[in-house]
Design a protein around this ligand. Structure first.
Ligand code: ATP
Ligand code: MG
Length: 432
């Protein structure tokens, strides 16, 4: 792929590496919306800058994990003619090392994962002339400071950061972005990206993305704002998603949030064409009932609950080890531990509700009640949901992240990429 057209902000990023205008800056930060063209342009700019100014030097490319850095940055490098037509690139996967050559000139780029424990000790041993942090807000704060410390002894080193916004109390926002505006951080150049800064996205594609996100995720991923999650977690749930129909057919699943002292919630779902319907639920609140059920008793409830349906699998709260064992022992249901990534799960579930892909039968009173009560903890300094009214909410999320996410008609729509775009020779020459 060849970059043929660049937005204004993307051009600034390319210029950052070599224009006199940016001589006094030692770092660049691009934050903002998803798919706004931050990573691709920073990748090109970083490699060109490193190759222009250094020889036999070492650099770091850091992602959330080594895997994500390889997927988002290293793979991209090999597909970008804007890099491969200027330089020979070789990736030694066993060493997580990229070697970039141009005639006699050669530099090494080591790949790290800012959340990988192993990366933290490895990065302590090297001296770096520059670091590219892709998705820095998802990396560990200590790792990032350690990587920066590795560049301090090198003359003309530069730091390249990009990320999507998170909570406004996030360390990166407070220390790097808010501070970038203050006197003592004047040497950091900040660019805020929106989807309109990616020249390959059409208006329709941006609108489509716009309609896909809601609540706090829309604020952050579309509008690029560092805002706190507040209020109801699923404000998009409305009467329109409640149905009285039961004549749906497809694959049947049960999702379970386990509790003995706390309520136990199970939903029976049918997945048909592009909709999933919660047909019925089982909700047992031991405090209200004044008695607790054993795993065996819960299992018998599950059997009764599933009568008349051929259940493809039962998805269970991953921390409910003993209950999972009980279901396995009976060798009747196929049981799966749920994916319990809370924030991503909430984002996915919210998007599915927003796009009308999840319906709730009117008899499922407990989930309908929880929708109106389940909320973010406004006092918290990071994204936290209040641990109340969250039982049916959790079984719903387990079902979405473990099952629906992998069904083609439910997966989050990717914004299509058009490859035939255009920067003319003159523009290219101007910027390299
Ligand atoms: N100027 C451009 N020409 C061609 N393709 C582009 C251009 N800018 C961005 N793209 C493409 O658009 C897609 C999104 O860009 P990119 O991954 O850089 O966005 P991002 O801001 O890093 O997104 P995220 O925040 O989701 O990581 C990629 O497929 C990228 O190759
Ligand atoms: Mg990116």
């Amino acid at each position: 792929m060849r970059i043929e057209k660049l937005s204004k902000k993307q051009r600034k990023v390319l210029k950052f590496g070599h224009s006199k205008e940016f001589e006094n800056y030692n770092s660049i930060i691009c934050d903002g919306a998803v798919r706004s063209g931050k990573t691709v342009v920073m990748t090109i700019a970083f490699i060109h800058w490193a190759m222009r100014h250094f020889q036999n030097a070492s650099f770091a490319i850091c992602g959330k994990t080594i895997n994500s850095a390889e997927r988002n940055v290293i793979e991209k490098i090999f597909s970008l003619e804007d890099i491969t037509s200027y330089f020979d690139v070789e990736y030694i996967a066993s060493k997580h090392k990229l070697v970039v050559k141009n005639g006699e000139k050669q530099n090494s780029f080591y790949v790290f994962g800012g959340k990988d424990k192993s990366s933290y000790s490895l990065i302590q041993g090297i001296t770096l002339s520059g670091v590219f942090f892709d998705e820095v807000a998802l990396q560990n704060e200590n790792f990032v400071y350690q990587a920066i410390a590795r560049t301090l002894s090198q003359k003309n080193s530069k730091l390249w950061f990009n990320c999507n916004p998170e909570h406004p109390e996030h360390w990166f926002y407070k220390d790097f972005i808010q501070d970038a505006k203050s006197e003592n951080r004047r040497r950091s150049f900040h660019l805020h990206f929106l989807m309109s800064d990616n020249p390959i996205l059409s208006k329709e594609e941006i609108e489509k993305a716009n309609s896909l996100y809601s609540g706090v995720f829309k604020q952050r991923y579309i509008l690029g704002k560092w805002v706190a999650a507040q209020g109801l977690v699923y404000p998009m749930f409305s009467k329109d998603l409640i149905t009285n129909k039961t004549n749906y057919f497809g694959e049947y699943y049960i999702s379970v949030d386990y509790g003995t002292i706390n309520p136990f919630s199970a939903g029976l779902w049918v997945v048909c064409s592009d909709k999933a319907i919660r047909l019925k639920e089982f909700y047992f609140d031991s405090k209200k009932q004044n008695r607790q059920l054993t795993d065996e008793e819960y299992y018998n409830e599950l059997l009764r609950f599933s009568e008349g349906y051929s259940i493809k699998s039962v998805i269970v709260d991953p921390s409910a080890a003993s209950f999972i064992q009980t279901i396995r022992r009976h060798k009747f249901f196929n049981v799966r531990k749920a994916n319990n990534d809370v924030i991503n799960g909430i984002r996915l579930t919210g998007n599915l509700l927003k796009s009308g892909k999840i319906l709730i039968n009117e008899n499922c009173k407990d989930i309908i009640r929880e929708f109106s009560l389940y909320c973010w903890d406004d006092e918290s300094k990071n994204d936290t949901v209040k641990k109340e009214y969250d039982h049916a909410m959790d079984d719903l999320r387990y079902f979405c992240t473990t099952i629906l996410q992998f069904k083609p008609l439910f997966s989050e729509k990717k914004i299509s990429k058009k490859s035939n775009y255009f920067l003319n020779e003159k523009e290219l020459n101007d910027y390299y």
